[in-house]
Design a protein around this ligand. Structure first.
Ligand code: TYD
Length: 207
């Protein structure tokens, strides 16, 4: 049974750890699973990711940024995600097109309809079956994040990250059958338990 699951969340939400733990859970049950991340995940995608995140590229245009994320996505969809789904695997992807809507759309103010069109072009219309949105307030996410190293995208301010979060929450409200909102302020174990419980609820024993 193929299943396309994405994880979304503001910076520092802990979604990467949660995605990894869920992948380990599927593996422990002997289920075939592909774990990948945006904007990397392929050789070409990793190179695009380096251009996007480099602190040397401070003059990058918002439009350029949106197109680069979408370009990496086109590659990952064609090279990894579609073949894995066709082979009946569960795909767990750390960030997907909703990140472009939240960051470049709601965060940077690019036109949402234009971003939708670019996303459709890049993905051929491939939409996740289920999206876990790990929610944390911008201040908490940024405080967690700044314990580690920083990249160009980390240099944006709290107001920007608050807009990104609001964007995610708005999309989740608009499409509740796809999105599952998870409170990411709790411990790693509590959040993971919640994710598994909500997954089972949604799939009603399909995995
Ligand atoms: P990354 O180091 O992978 O952070 P995280 O662990 O939070 O995912 O960097 C990804 C950054 O890129 C993150 O700040 C979100 C941003 N991003 C966009 O702005 N647009 C996008 O379409 C995607 C996929 C990511």
């Amino acid at each position: 049974m193929s299943l396309f699951i994405t994880f979304e969340g503001p910076d520092g939400s802990g979604k990467t750890t949660q995605a990894r733990r869920l992948v380990e859970y599927f593996q422990s049950r002997g289920l075939p699973v592909l774990h990948t991340r945006e904007p990397g995940g392929t050789a070409i995608g990793e190179q695009i990711r380096n251009v996007i995140l480099s602190t040397h590229n401070l003059s990058i245009r918002h439009e350029t940024e949106a197109l680069l994320f979408s370009a990496a996505r086109a590659q990952i969809v064609a090279e990894l995600i579609r073949p894995a789904l066709a082979a009946g695997k569960i795909v767990v992807c750390d960030r997907y097109a909703d990140s472009t809507m939240a960051y470049q759309g709601y965060g940077l103010g690019l036109d949402l309809d234009a971003l939708c069109a670019i996303t459709r072009f890049a993905t051929g219309g491939l939409t996740p079956d289920l999206t876990f949105y790990v929610d944390v307030p911008a201040e908490i996410g940024l405080a967690r994040r700044h314990r580690g190293e920083t990249n160009r995208l980390d240099q944006k301010n709290v107001a920007y990250h608050a807009r990104v979060r609001e964007g995610f929450l708005k999309m989740a409200r608009a499409e509740p059958q796809r999105w599952v909102v998870i409170d990411g302020t709790r411990s790693v174990d509590e959040v993971q338990q919640d994710i598994r419980a909500r997954l089972e609820q949604r799939l009603e024993g399909r995995v």
